[in-house]
Design a protein around this ligand. Structure first.
Ligand code: SF4
Length: 420
């Protein structure tokens, strides 16, 4: 279930069933205004709903006023250890301030910050890190790290409530994926506040994306989590945003831009599909509409597997074919597949989102398909279908569950399915 409470970071609603918000963090020195603003514009263009900037020095707090004024998306100030900087960030107009009450210098200093935040109507993000739990939880951390993390988070929430402050979201950071999943599951049952999800120090683009997809994806599929940040060791913060969107798109929680599907290839492949898929992916970045585009390595399966795709290509050694929504459109040379695919997509938009079909070209493509299709070939797709059928016969309950999770359904009950 999504969180019961909702807060607003600038104009972005967080929690209470609002779309899961995509966050990232700038990697520049915040006071370097031109570098920071350039990165903020890049992440906003990539689809970040909210951006966080580190505020470790006075000059960063001073720069915040300009950043908040010029940023196209709401700005969160990230503060550690120094409550004076938190007050300055609030005064500079930050749309939210992130701090860990445990490292800000005691409850009086937290109270000063909450008083100012209340006066300004600014929300806070409060949280705990697995690496810096309070001393009294050290033994529990040793015995049961998940319970220790959740206890620390609940104590933080109780502190905020005791200060009559409820305009906040909560995050619990751990480098362990299983602990992140288990702790957030528990915490979501214990508190009504929005949850920010992330796997801290997840790693490089490759391993960090996978860890985040597993950890955050598991929680999001359960309906847990209201904002997400993918932490990757790259200077290019927009890469974090792209990964976050792929996770949300895969779960059908939000839509943004085209969806590319591609077969995994096998020994039937007769052309350089790696390059074709990379080129299709690159050129699709120019489109905002959530069209689905499919790339199949061969035509032995026909195009049944890709019948949902708005457009698709299937290749062979010399010739290939373009299709749309399960119907052949035209036969083309393999080397022209990508150009011709985008020509068809552009025609579709020029015609007001109507597929433009030339019947002669479509008949030729149909003929080519009939020659290349092989209903008897034991392809990976057919084996998967047979396995699924066999599993269903052994356990009809599984099949019913799979059917329920069909494509028309968001896996998350009670949350709005939205387009960016
Ligand atoms: S049989 Fe399937 S996996 Fe193999 S190349 Fe053809 S479409 Fe791709």
């Amino acid at each position: 279930m999504p969180s019961q409470r909702q807060i607003h970071v600038g104009d972005v609603p967080i929690g209470g069933g609002a779309p899961v918000a995509v966050q990232t963090m700038t990697k520049t020195e915040t006071a370097d205004l031109s570098a920071t603003m350039a990165q903020i514009r890049r992440v906003a263009e990539a689809g970040a709903d909210i951006v966080r900037v580190a505020v470790p020095r006075e000059q960063d707090a001073e720069a915040l006023r300009t950043i908040v004024r010029d940023s196209p998306i709401p700005v969160i100030a990230d503060i550690h250890f120094n409550h004076t900087l938190a007050l300055k960030a609030l005064d500079a107009g930050a749309h939210c301030v992130r701090l860990n009450p445990g490292n800000i210098g005691g409850p009086e200093k937290v109270a000063e910050v909450t008083r100012r935040a209340t006066e300004l109507g600014t929300p806070l993000r409060v949280g705990v890190n697995s690496g810096s739990l309070p001393k009294h939880l050290r033994q529990l951390e040793y015995d049961n790290p998940v319970e220790a993390l959740v206890t620390a988070a609940v104590e933080t929430v109780e502190l905020m409530e005791s200060l009559d402050f409820t305009n906040f979201k909560v995050s619990m950071k751990s480098t362990s994926v299983p602990n992140t999943i288990a702790a957030n599951r528990l915490l979501s049952q214990r508190i009504p506040y929005p949850l920010h999800l992330g796997v801290t120090e997840a790693g490089t683009k490759w391993s960090g994306s996978l860890k985040s997809a597993v950890g955050l994806g598991t929680l999001l599929a359960d309906g847990i989590g209201d904002t997400i940040r993918i932490s990757l060791s790259t200077f290019h913060a927009e890469e974090e945003v792209k990964v976050a969107w792929e996770i949300l798109k895969a779960l059908k929680l939000r839509e943004r831009g085209p969806v590319l599907i591609a077969c995994p290839t096998c020994g039937r492949l007769q052309f350089d599909m790696d390059s074709v898929v990379a080129e299709v992916e690159r050129r699709l970045e120019a489109y905002e509409d959530p069209i689905e585009v499919s790339v199949l390595g061969c035509a032995v399966n026909g195009i049944g597997e890709a019948r949902h795709a708005d457009f698709g290509i299937t290749g062979a050694k010399d010739m290939g074919m373009i299709y749309s929504r399960g119907e052949p459109l035209k036969k083309v040379r393999t080397e022209d597949l990508v150009d011709e695919l985008f020509a068809e997509i552009d025609k579709y938009y020029a015609a007001g989102k109507q597929v433009v079909r030339d019947e002669r070209a479509a008949a030729e493509a149909q003929e080519w398909l009939a020659e290349n299709e092989d209903a008897t070939a034991m392809t990976p797709e057919r084996m998967a279908a047979m396995e699924a059928e066999a599993a269903g016969e052994e356990n009809p309950g599984i099949m019913r569950r799979v059917e329920r999770l069909d494509e028309s359904q968001s896996p998350v009950a009670g949350r709005r399915f939205t387009r960016a």
